[in-house]
Ligand binder design. Structure first.
Ligand code: AMP
Length: 259
């Protein structure tokens, strides 16, 4: 019997559902974890107000055919005296790792703990959080974990906006402003498909496009190697991750395309 794990922070949406669908196809049993992991939030981030709706999540899990939902408390995962953390050292260097210094240490730690508790054959991660996907793949390879990591494509709203539990924070004007992230990325993809290979130019143009929008404050936009998550100077076909993080109002959103 095989099992697949889908780790989440809950407030489930179609993006999560797509991961569950992949899990269901891959393995006999599907395990879903719902845990807003305190160690991956910085001191001034939204841990306390992160959206939660357990009843709705459980209904979605049931409908999606999940076999087991694990909803631990913080105390269960980090009892008094907890002191062990996992650090991936290179793949965390740029992008979100730079803006959120201890974020991936928290992510790698909680994911490894879930891997040890569940011992799944497969674990599914969304490519919306592309660096996270890269960090987990690296951890699994480096620590010889017998788990196959599967990356799932980003699920978007019809408008193009990448689905995220945090989208619930956005008011109407912000939601509209947020579209310039996905639209900018689609434009970049279009340019690459037309033969443009000058990454610096594309990055410059992307920044210029966002600067027009007063509701948006860019955190970063960068191109890295999609495998190693290391800086990339020249376009590499199929391996160029073009990633953005920006505050739309007070909400930090991320999105990316692989070119
Ligand atoms: P979260 O609950 O936001 O921590 O996400 C849990 C898992 O769902 C992670 O592997 C995410 O990458 C994935 N995920 C979140 N949003 C999306 C999306 N729009 N499309 C695909 N996967 C997603």
């Amino acid at each position: 019997m095989t099992s697949a794990l889908v780790p989440t922070m809950g407030y489930l949406h179609e993006g999560h559902r797509s991961l569950l669908r992949i899990a269901k196809k891959k393995a006999d049993k599907v395990v879903l974890t719902i845990f807003v992991n305190p160690t991956q939030f910085g001191p001034n981030e939204d841990f306390k107000k992160y959206p939660r709706n357990t009843a709705k999540d459980l209904a979605l899990a049931k409908e999606a055919g999940v076999d087991l939902v694990f909803l631990p408390t913080s105390h269960t995962m980090y009892p008094e005296g907890y002191e062990t953390f996992v650090e991936v050292t290179q793949a965390i260097q740029g992008l979100c790792g730079r803006s959120r210094p201890s974020h991936f240490r928290g992510v790698a730690t909680i994911v490894l703990k879930f891997f040890n508790l569940v011992q799944p054959d497969y674990a599914i991660f969304g490519k919306k959080d592309y660096q996270q996907f890269g960090v987990i793949k690296k951890m699994v390879a480096d620590l010889n974990l017998p788990i196959q990591i599967i990356g799932a494509p980003t699920v978007r709203e019809p408008s193009g906006l990448a689905m995220s539990s945090r989208n619930v924070y956005l008011d109407d004007a912000e939601r509209k402003a947020a579209l310039s992230l996905s639209e900018g990325l689609f434009h970049v993809r279009h340019e690459i498909n037309r033969g443009q290979k000058n990454i610096s130019k594309l990055l410059r143009e992307f920044k210029k496009g966002l600067a027009k929008n007063f509701l948006i404050r860019l955190d970063y936009v960068a191109c890295v190697d999609a495998e190693s998550i290391q800086p990339l100077r020249d376009y590499k076909r199929g391996r160029t991750l073009f990633a953005v993080a920006a505050f739309v109002g007070k909400t930090r959103l991320i999105d990316n395309v692989v070119l």
